[in-house]
Design a protein around this ligand. Structure first.
Ligand code: NSP
Length: 228
């Protein structure tokens, strides 16, 4: 069994919980509370900024040009393409995208950012990839599940969001990261493989928690406006 197949098997509980989360179900059903959607977009815009920085860290840990080129391409993908699902959500709530940018991350998203960055500071590319992989992988599977169950047409309010994450371009990202993680895990010590597993599972947990954070509009107990 490949390392990434083991990861999928060991984390199937969290993948299932994500597919059943009310935010994800709402994407399929075409109906979500608007304030939860706004909360998600605000946090996700900043989260994806961190994710691009992590691709930069992965480049600094890469020895092969193929990897450098892939990670660089992923930054361009987030900047140029992954704005489309956000714009789809902004259209649903009728708020310009620009108005949802520049907000502090809520606690869960902040935790997710800190987790990925702390794993990446270890310096091993395999660990960095292990912490990053649940991000595209869980969304790829959400996209596929929702497309299969709801077969959305162009008039579905979240057609573009679902179509984006069910598309071949996401498969290419996930396939490359899985292949590289399998190779790095193969060459790693048992201790490092275990740390990769822990990093991967925590990111899966935080993927679930990100949906929950958005749905419940989780915020800091003392809000920034109060401090001003
Ligand atoms: C939190 C989160 N996880 C994953 C993705 C998909 N790249 C995302 N946009 N945001």
């Amino acid at each position: 069994m490949k390392f990434t197949e083991e990861l999928r098997e060991e984390n199937k509980d969290i993948f299932q919980a994500i597919f059943h989360h009310p935010f994800v179900r709402g994407l399929g059903e075409g109906e979500l509370p608007e304030d939860a959607v706004a909360h998600y977009v605000k946090a996700d815009y900043e989260y994806l900024n961190t994710f691009m920085q992590l691709y930069g860290t992965a480049i600094s840990q890469s020895k092969k040009r193929e990897d450098i080129s892939f990670f660089q391409g992923q930054v361009a993908f987030v900047l140029g393409d992954e704005i489309h699902p956000h714009r789809n959500l902004c259209e649903y709530i009728g708020i310009p995208y620009e108005q949802l940018q520049g907000f502090p991350l809520p606690p869960t998203a902040d935790h997710y950012r800190t987790h990925m960055k702390s794993v990446a500071t270890d310096g091993l590319l395999g660990k960095t990839i292990a912490a990053m992989l649940p991000c595209p992988w869980t969304y790829q599977e959400i996209g596929r599940e929702l497309k299969e169950e709801f077969a959305p047409e162009a008039e579905h309010p979240f057609f573009e969001w679902i179509d984006f994450y069910a598309a071949d371009s996401i498969d290419e990202t996930v396939d490359y990261l899985k292949k590289r993680l399998d190779e790095e895990a193969e060459a790693a010590s048992p201790e490092d493989r275990q740390l990769m597993k822990e990093a991967f599972r925590k990111s899966c947990q935080l993927e679930y928690a990100f949906w929950e954070m958005s749905y419940t509009k989780e915020d800091w107990p003392i809000r920034e406006e109060v401090l001003k």
